[in-house]
Design a binder for this molecule. Sequence first.
Ligand code: T5A
Length: 207
Amino acid sequence: MKAKFIVVEGLEGAGKSSLMPAVVNWLEQRLKVRVITTREPGGTKIAEQLRSIIKHGIEEEHLSPMGEVLLLYAARLQLIEQVIKPALEQEIWVVGDRHDFSTLAYQGAGRSLPFDQLKQVRDVTLGDFRPDLTLYLDLDPELGMQRARSRGELDRIERQHIDFFHRARARYQQLVAEEPKAVTIDASQTPEQVQQSVLSVLEQKFC
Ligand code: T5A
């Protein structure tokens, strides 16, 4: 089987980072493949600097919503070209913490940017590059923010009004419904149950 690009998506506190080690472990043990992980925005020197601007801003300078989109796609392109595609070419599987659905949900729906404009930027930047599987951890935003708050101070995006995250969740649900290579996981379950649900999906898809 060719190496695959698997993405874990979801709102703040959905449990993406907590789940990643179990996915990596399963791939290594069950399929005996080499695996790397990525996170977005970030993952190369340039992309990590863009991550810092996106998450924290620079002093008081206003970052326009479309400016934010362009920084996100610049970071994503760097990651794809420098890390993800070279890994896949060497038969190394890639497990990503967030990818393109995040922008379509957060900037598209959260910031209410026109969907067709975002898709144009995406198509120019990414071409037809898409994940082989997206695991979407679906969670009520109120619960997600409670979890996110419990692990520390909130960043520029996490401080958005709760309605931002309700819009983003609705967009995520729509994107997943329209994408045959995406699966919804109920992230309100215990971490063990979430993990079990995800491993069942992996077993079904890749074994
Ligand atoms: N962003 C990103 C955009 O706006 N557009 C984009 O295109 C992209 C790519 C990234 C920020 O950038 C934004 C979104 C983000 O605001 P980040 O720090 O990488 O910043 O943010 P997140 O990816 O959202 O990281 P979080 O840590 O908030 O969410 P996770 O990874 O989903 O959650 P996790 O695993 O760290 O868990 C959070 C807490 O919940 C507990 C954990 O122990 C932890 O304390 N937890 C659970 N508790 C109960 N039950 C469960 N099932 C639990 N799972 C985890």
